[in-house]
Design a protein around this ligand. Structure first.
Ligand code: HEC
Ligand SMILES: [Cu+2]
Length: 410
């Protein structure tokens, strides 16, 4: 084939591939190769900017490589054994200085406008403080008295363990699902205050175009206004240690009325909503007023009077909730079946601490011990549940612990 024919084919082929890729990019943005267009005004602006700059780069690439290839092919030595020897063209110098300048301005002006908009957190309708932890997120609805942790679902967490034997393709939303998603209203300007409790994390949800570092000692600001109800997933975007890949983010955007009732429910501490069914109500449950904090009361499993059942959960409820708290927080060291990884991580099966007086176990969980980190950041209710779970699993039978018992030791 002649050189010309070959070039024509190459050009046609490249054109087809480009066309196919860009069609793909525009139609299937969530699963394709491109950025998602997202569900906020800003995310759409970011997407448009991205495409605009992408095509500028494509044109520059085609022109530069085109000139290069053209020169290489048509001015090769066999064709032009005696090269032309011109230099210094003022016109060319001016053109190739002015043109990039114009292109950069054409990129910078709209990009700066969007950046300024992103930073403008004034007149927010509500504020959520987002705190990164190794390896989970904490959400605090400022002024609402609603705050909770959001961790990888027990299902994903169990499946990810070495030799879990679970087919991860069968786990829905494997590694991008959490127990308690961040619930936000649609159409409201939500300001985020983003910080960290330990190392640098980054809170990133592509579909709402929010990506901000969470730095200990600093509070970064950003905002969003979600336009479409739905579930939007993200991940921590700053390498933050061993489990960096296991602290996903889920934002659930609800229509305003639904959001309002969800919020009311969180404040009332009512039955867990469907969004938090796995770990139970994410609020810090106030100490149940029915119990005294004396050691006697702690030692003896407390009979829950029917009238107080709403306040102090039953053994079954505690064990059920405790299991998911355990899977999320303890199983990595003590293993799902409680046998631990001796000699470093002791077995909880028949452990004297687990089967002994609850106070010792409560204190060990609140304060930590040697290699075991403290778990004081968990709510009283979660701690009571997980302690009850360990006391009543794997053959252990050592009574229950309520939130008030935990509160008494804080
Ligand atoms: C990072 C690993 C790690 C995690 C996570 C962890 N533990 Fe431990 N745990 C330990 C280690 C290490 C010890 C032994 C501490 C010692 O005595 O030096 C221990 C001891 C214990 C003991 C006392 C056992 C005994 O017989 O001495 C209990 C009870 C316990 N852990 C419960 C829990 C619960 C409940 C959780 C989850 C909320 C949890 N642990 C999470 C590492 C861990
Ligand atoms: Cu992180």
């Amino acid at each position: 084939m002649s050189m010309k024919g070959w070039l024509a084919r190459l050009a046609a082929g490249t054109g087809l591939i480009c066309a196919a890729l860009s069609a793909q990019a525009y139609t299937d943005t969530s699963k394709g190769y491109n950025l998602p267009t997202g569900v906020t005004e800003i995310s759409q602006e970011v997407f448009t900017l991205h495409m605009w700059i992408f095509w500028i780069c494509v044109i520059i690439g085609v022109v530069v490589f085109g000139a290069m290839i053209w020169s290489i092919v048509f001015h090769r030595r066999s064709k032009h054994p005696k090269p032309a020897d011109f230099h210094e063209s003022t016109t060319v110098e001016i053109v190739w200085t002015a043109l990039p300048f114009v292109i950069l301005i054409a990129i910078a002006v709209p990009a700066a406008a969007t950046l300024i908009k992103m930073e403008d957190v004034r007149d927010a309708d509500m504020t959520v403080k987002v705190t990164g932890y190794q390896w989970k997120w904490h959400y605090d609805y400022l002024g609402e008295d609603v705050a909770y942790f959001s961790t990888l679902t027990a299902e994903s967490n169990a499946a990810r363990q070495l030799k879990s034997g679970v087919d991860v393709n069968a786990v829905p939303n494997y590694l991008v699902d959490v127990d308690n998603p961040l619930v936000l209203p649609v159409g409201k300007k939500v300001r985020f205050l983003i910080t960290s409790n330990d190392v640098i994390h980054a809170w990133w949800v592509p579909e709402i175009a929010v990506k901000k570092d969470a730095i200990p000692g600093y509070v970064n600001e950003i905002w969003t206004r979600i336009e479409q109800p739905g579930t939007y997933r993200g991940v921590c975007a700053e390498l933050c240690g061993r489990d960096h890949g296991y602290m996903p983010i889920v934002v659930k955007a609800l229509p305003e009325a639904e959001y309002a009732s969800w919020l009311a429910q969180q404040k009332g501490g009512e039955a867990p909503t469907e969004t938090s069914a796995i770990v139970g109500e994410p609020i810090e449950v106030a100490a149940a007023p029915t119990q005294t904090a004396s050691d006697a009361a702690v030692d003896a499993p407390i009979e829950v009077a029917a009238a107080d059942a709403a306040q102090a959960p039953s053994k079954d409820a505690l064990v059920q909730k405790g299991e998911s708290v355990y899977k999320a927080n303890c199983a990595a060291c003590h293993q799902a079946n409680g046998t631990g990884l001796p000699p470093n991580f002791p077995s909880l099966v028949g452990s004297s601490v687990v089967t002994g007086a609850p106070v010792a176990q409560i204190l060990q969980l609140l304060k930590g011990k040697n290699l075991m980190p403290p778990f004081g950041h968990l709510s009283d209710a979660d701690l009571a549940a997980v302690i009850t779970y360990t006391r009543n699993s794997w053959g252990n039978d050592a009574g229950i612990v309520q939130a008030a018992d935990v509160a008494a030791q804080r």
